[in-house]
Design a protein around this ligand. Sequence first.
Ligand SMILES: [Zn+2]
Length: 149
Amino acid sequence: MFLWLVCHERVLTNVEKRRRRLTQVSSCAICGDGREGLDHFLRFCPPTLWRWNQLIRSDASNEFNTLPIKEWILANFLTPTRFVYNFSEWPTMFPYILWNLWKRGNERVFQGNFGQRDDILALSLSMANMGQRVAGSIGTEATIWCQVE
Ligand SMILES: [Zn+2]
């Protein structure tokens, strides 16, 4: 569901809240950046960028950071080796990373919970493995989480 929201730009970032006149403030509550849009929240907010830089191949960081968000999501599903080495779990784990980044960011803003800086990867891998076991146990095929037009 969250990935659908991301792909259809329906995530309620501060930029989106301001567009809907729910707030006057569009800046990022975490870093103070002037525009907390989806790209900022999921890729470029400094704590998030730090996390991505731990995961992404250094020779792929320019492409990783410049693709439009829908192409970025699709590339992470279809051609993950563009960004990470030999990481077969990446397409399954990637949506959980996005979800956990969003959830962790909101916990920071609304609960003041800064948690561990590097636990999102382990948590996302655990969730991906659990999801694969559940999918395998009921015999379903992989779901297409996001279709890019
Ligand atoms: Zn920020």
